[in-house]
Write a protein that binds this ligand. Structure first.
Ligand SMILES: Cc1cc2nc3c(=O)[nH]c(=O)nc-3n(C[C@H](O)[C@H](O)[C@H](O)COP(=O)(O)O)c2cc1C
Length: 408
């Protein structure tokens, strides 16, 4: 069980009104993780629907800065760094429902929350109403979170071909069953993250949003790009603005390409309830401070190294300080460095602000460390890791995992 995420079993056995409470009224306290057949699952839902309606907690994050869920990079040590710089809302890395239901420890570890994460959600991926509802029920009783998000933006083939991620945008009946099923068993609000659509010129979000609102979703985040587009073009904020109206009164968060306080201001002018930031936080986690203080921060290379040192300390605390923990911390640091090197120091820019899709020409930093931090070579990232964690083991190699490193 995920250490930081585990919660003491509620006295009535879990849920809003299951276990003992349900028994008193003659409703069998079925534990959904033991259900194996479809019939049992429907029986479970039927019994649940006879219970008193849950009093759901509320999620009011309008105007708050939301650090995006980030597979591999958005680990707990990285989120601690972002919290320090002013991220308001944080979310765990995407967890796969079937892996959670199988009890895979590495998947459960993704749900861990640090005490500094005062508004924290977890993100789930799945393609089927029964497994996702079962999983939500299990999590409802075992983890302490403020919201649960469904990843309906995931573009990767492995997920998409099974009908999960953004494939759900085209599987309305299943999508509805998933949302309604999960919402029914969760005591916390259910949120959804979507894209503009699957194909490049076929926008689906504006038609989907009123449905999601009617199915009971508390908040949606819209990443302003289609699956086909990936990161090749800029996010479509005009379309996000149209979608705000389609979603109303359900709050809509906008997501895509925010790398400066000006970007965040423009985004807020579309009427979105708030913004979610992904690569911007990886390139410069102090972006949250810049947005809150409405300024550009010409941070020095030594201040940046201090941030990396804090990350490694949090990493050793989280993954352990034995050889395995050190190497795990190093791998995650290197994944992060593969993004961090794209930051161009404010003092070196000809024109402010830096844009996320621009590839800077090769430049020399104002000191050796600044030049080293701008390097696009994995060998240089390894050298930075050695400054903080000591020499790498023999035959060590590193390849960045995420394609989002690509420029336009
Ligand atoms: C390294 C990396 C990992 C990501 N992992 C997830 C994830 O687990 N769940 C998710 O919904 N989106 C994930 N995304 C997508 C981002 O949350 C976000 O929607 C996208 O990067 C656009 O925002 P940006 O322009 O601010 O980067 C990931 C993006 C990156 C770069």
């Amino acid at each position: 069980m995920a250490e930081g995420a585990a919660k003491a079993p509620p006295e009535n056995g879990g849920g809003c009104d299951s276990g003992a409470g349900a028994l008193e009224r003659g409703v069998a306290p079925i534990k959904p993780q033991y259900l194996t057949t479809k019939e049992q699952f429907h029986e479970f839902l039927e019994a649940k629907s006879q219970e008193k309606p849950c009093r759901k907690t509320e999620l009011d994050i309008r105007g708050k800065l939301y650090l995006a869920p980030l597979t591999t990079c958005g680990n707990l040590p990285f989120r601690r760094i972002c919290k320090r710089f002013g991220a308001d809302v944080t979310c765990g890395e995407m967890a796969v429902c079937t892996n959670l239901l199988q009890g895979q420890m590495s998947e459960w570890a993704l749900l861990k929350r640090h005490q500094c994460e005062d508004v924290f959600g977890i993100q789930l991926e799945g393609a089927f109403p029964d497994t996702m509802t079962k999983c939500a029920e299990l999590l409802n009783r075992t983890v302490e979170v403020d919201f649960v998000d469904i990843n309906v933006g995931c573009p990767i083939d492995l997920v998409y071909k099974k009908g999960g991620g953004c494939a759900l945008m085209n599987r309305l009946a299943k999508f509805q069953q998933i949302v309604r099923g999960m919402n029914q068993v969760l005591d916390v609000p259910l949120t959804v993250k979507i894209r503009t659509g699957v194909q490049e010129r076929v926008n689906l979000a504006h038609r989907l949003l009123p449905e999601l609102r009617d199915w009971g979703v508390a908040l949606v985040t819209l990443h302003g790009r289609s699956r086909e587009q990936r990161y090749t073009k800029l996010a479509d904020w005009e379309y996000i603005a149209q979608c705000v109206k389609a979603a109303s009164p359900m709050p809509l968060f906008g997501n895509g390409d925010i790398l400066s306080f000006e970007d965040a201001n423009h985004a807020m002018q579309t009427g979105v309830a708030g913004v979610m930031i992904a690569r911007g936080a990886l390139l410069k986690p102090w972006l949250f401070t810049e947005i809150k203080e409405q300024r550009h921060w010409d941070i020095s290379s030594s201040e940046r190294l201090d941030i990396l040192r804090d990350f490694t300390n949090y990493g050793l605390e989280h993954w352990g300080s034995d050889t395995q923990g050190v190497e795990k911390t190093r791998r995650f640091l290197l994944q992060w460095l593969s993004f961090l090197c794209r930051y161009v120091p404010v003092g070196l820019l000809e024109r402010l602000p830096q844009r996320i899709n621009e590839r800077p020409p090769y430049y020399l930093g104002r000191d050796y460390l600044e030049t080293l931090m701008a390097s696009q070579k994995a060998d240089d990232w390894i050298r930075i890791s050695e400054m903080l964690l000591g020499p790498v083991p023999p035959n060590f190699t590193f390849l960045p995992k995420h394609k989002a490193n690509a420029y336009k």
